[in-house]
Design a protein around this ligand. Structure first.
Ligand code: ZN
Length: 475
């Protein structure tokens, strides 16, 4: 007998969307069957009127992370025990955070520290990108192969020190020589590069120039973290990737120039992928001037309506593969503490809203297909980062991570719709549809506005990337 059957919903599978019943045994999906044919089950959920999609995958979070914009204070973002509560309410069942490898630390040590921090403290499943930062010793790069073999095949690098230097800030940037070395290793052993790409010379020069001119207002951010900087860094990184044979996943693509570089590379068959943020797709630089405008900020910066259009074209059609949050949960007071170019608090709050916002703005308002919605909220991240088909698919053998979206919920979001901090940047946003039930590996963790999950539910997921994803653009 099945443990659970989800009946009557419109189910989005790798073969397309249709009306099927989904059978679950233990932690896995075991059947996708014609309506009414799965009769014997311990529990049935009536999904009539809802869309049943794979649990969301949030590919980019910074939980329990030092807040470097205010380096003289010892502040950290909220941890997994707080933030993943919001994720499961919002239909996200898996997230990928970071472990930071800095000079003096081995890759293994960096992974172990973060794994220990998450164990027993997460409502959602998780994994970690390995972030390589600073003047790392060259022999350390031999450890990448072991990390890939242990199920951590994605390596984050910054081409830029996002903020001006400060004695208490770790340098983020990895030089292009070390990036090339990392690319050689991942190309050989089945990993992928995860790149925050901005031009360091331009960004640091712009900070210096604005300081000199005594123009310090935070709303000038898009003139420091510019479109041109994104263009230069994306193209330079792609050339390096082509030369080494590495696959690249660009985080938080913000500008038309970034999308165009990725689309061109994909047209040549290169395994290049772009992520954007729902904040970037829904807000522009004009929003910085509103009273809570820095709620919507993360680095590089919000851009302009033409960039927004390019991001949505990429999401709805092709060219932008995933949506992420760059989750950086803080209180409202902390998020709005800095208002100057060099101390605006970066990072977003909104992993909870991601599925519902992309549903509303993509499917309802821009004609995104149901299949494409699943691709950009779940299955593409699963494929690119190596969770697929365990995660990101409603198919026999996959984990029973399922979300029911109710398209009849129409309202303006309120603070009471959120479960992480004392604010949400999405308060007041009008939605047409919202996740109502979330199932993690066969366990109903959210239903009817109530949390049924607990902090021991989340589990570390081992990842392995399909070689096809690293050979050519295929998600
Ligand atoms: Zn980030």
């Amino acid at each position: 007998m099945l443990d659970l059957v989800i009946k009557g919903g419109q189910v989005v599978t790798p073969q397309g969307a249709g009306f099927w019943d989904v059978g679950v045994q233990g932690e896995q999906i075991v059947a996708v069957a014609l309506p009414g044919t799965l009769t014997e089950a311990g529990r049935a959920i009536d999904a009539t009127g809802t869309i049943v999609v794979p649990g969301g995958i949030e590919p980019h979070t910074h939980l329990a992370h030092f807040i470097s914009m205010h380096p003289d204070e010892d502040n950290h973002t909220l941890g997994p025990e707080d933030d993943t509560r919001g994720m499961v309410f919002g239909g996200t069942t898996t997230h990928v955070d970071f472990c930071f490898v800095r000079p003096g630390l081995s890759v293994q040590q960096a992974i172990e520290q973060r794994v220990a921090r998450w164990k027993g403290n997460s409502y959602a499943d998780y994994s970690f990108h390995v972030a390589l930062q600073g003047q790392l010793p060259i022999p350390l790069f031999d450890q990448l192969q072991d990390a890939i073999a242990e199920g951590f095949p994605s390596f984050k690098v910054f081409t830029v020190n996002v903020l001006p230097p400060h004695p208490k800030r770790h340098p983020y940037r990895l030089d292009y020589g070390r990036i090339q070395l990392a690319m050689d290793k991942v190309a050989k052993h089945g990993g992928i590069m995860v790149v925050h790409a901005e031009d360091d010379d331009l960004v640091q020069f712009n900070y210096e120039k604005f300081r000199e001119e005594k123009r310090t207002e935070g709303w000038l951010l898009p003139e420091v973290h510019t479109k041109l900087s994104e263009k230069l860094a994306f193209r330079r990184t792609i050339m390096l990737a082509e030369a080494t044979g590495a696959g690249v996943y660009f985080v938080h693509t913000s500008a038309r120039e970034g999308v165009e570089a990725v689309v061109e590379a994909r047209a040549k068959g290169l395994p290049i992928y772009a992520e954007t943020l729902h904040h970037y797709a829904c807000f522009t630089a004009d929003d910085y001037k509103t009273p809570r405008g820095f709620c919507y900020h993360t680095y590089p910066s919000l851009k302009f309506p033409d960039d927004q259009k390019a991001l949505w074209d990429g999401l709805v059609r092709d060219g932008v593969s995933t949506t992420a949050t760059d989750e950086f949960p803080t209180s409202l007071e902390l998020k709005l503490r800095g208002r100057e170019l060099e101390n605006v608090t970066g990072g977003n709050l909104g992993a909870e809203a991601r599925m519902g916002i992309v549903w509303t703005e993509g499917v309802v308002r821009r004609g995104m297909s149901l299949e494409r919605f699943v691709a950009v909220t779940s299955s593409n991240a699963a494929k690119i980062l190596g969770f697929y088909p365990k995660k990101g698919a409603i198919a026999p053998g996959s984990d029973a991570d399922l979300v029911l979206i109710d398209p009849s919920i129409r309202k303006a979001l309120a603070k009471s719709d959120f479960h992480v901090s004392d604010y949400s940047p999405w308060e007041g946003w009008r939605i047409d549809g919202w996740p109502v039930t979330t199932i993690l590996r066969g366990k109903v963790v959210v239903a009817n506005g109530k949390l049924h999950g607990d902090l021991r539910d989340g589990r570390l997921v081992s990842r392995k990337i399909d070689p096809a994803v690293l050979r050519r653009a295929s998600a």
